[in-house]
Design a protein around this ligand. Sequence first.
Ligand code: KG4
Ligand code: ZN
Length: 361
Amino acid sequence: MGGERTERKNRLQRLSSKKAGAGSATGKKMMILGIETSCDETAAAVVADGKSILSSVISSQIAVHYPYGGVVPELASRKHIEAIAPVVNTALSDAGIDSKSLDAVAVTRGPGLVGALLVGFCFAKAFSFALKIPWVGINHLEGHINSVFLEPNPPPFPFVALLASGGHTSIYHVTSHTRYELMGQTRDDAAGEAYDKVAKMLGLGYPGGAVIDRLAQRGAPDNVAFPRPFIDKSTFDFSFSGLKTAVRRYIEIHGDDYLHRIPDIVAGFQEAVVDVLTYKIVHAAMVKGCDHIAMVGGVAANHRLREKIRHDAELKGLTVHIPSVELCGDNAAMIAAIGYHYLKNGVVSGFGDDVFSRIKI
Ligand code: KG4
Ligand code: ZN
């Protein structure tokens, strides 16, 4: 647990010059500063032409929220205010440019915590006003979907995308960078939310996804069988709250005995989530006649899910696109990536625009 505790400390994750052309003559490329503050990560990135990451900086607030077992919105806003200017400055210096080289700013507009979103959104307004450059507000979910275009060999259109994060679990038919048809979504908890709640129940801390991912590798999924909710339904919707309840019931029935079985419990829980997510996205690809699947969002970092989707998709002759782990969770590079496509088509935001807490795409 000592190692986990270290990881829980505030971390400033920096990923510079990751892909192409960093710091080089970017010539006529459109240089976009991305800003993301929708939840508990303050992030800024510089991306050229919507695909080359020149820098990506993520300041996590995990240590701040850890004692509360979840994100405290008021604390999140305050921490974003402290972090936003240094994080943006670091992103610019990591990219080797100064602010005058920027062509535009793209910032998360929603969904998310309103007080948190407002910090990045107001910063972006003021920053672009001072620099006299355009800016655009971005739907966070479109950012996640477009994260696959920051990797080599992105999927051709159309493709189906599974977005699994702490707030959303949805399947989309994606026909362009900015056009998506929602095929199904969770009716209750998101997949990441189920991971976080099960981890909390078992006293494993917050956020639970990465901890369960690691612990499950020591357990045997078949030792504790949990239901696969909605797997046989002719819908692309999901439901994870019953699965969470099944874990709670298991704990209640087994008394303190469950403490010796935690790796098996989390492995069994994870296998149920992974089975449902994999079955539905592969089925969605077959129904839509798509040869390519994208999997994005924080839960896409999960080792077992990555392995299972790749395995099952390969059996059906499908190609799977999953961003590298650092691009699965919240980051600003994905916001700059989708911002490029709006800005290129003349879509900009105005100073009267506001953030939003909830939306479906
Ligand atoms: O996309 P994201 O960073 O933020 C939202 O937009 O919600 O996703 C965060 C979620 C959390 O619920 C977290 O527990 C989950 O992603 N997560 C994981 C893993 N890493 C993060 N879930 C399963 N396995 C992981 N390795
Ligand atoms: Zn997210």
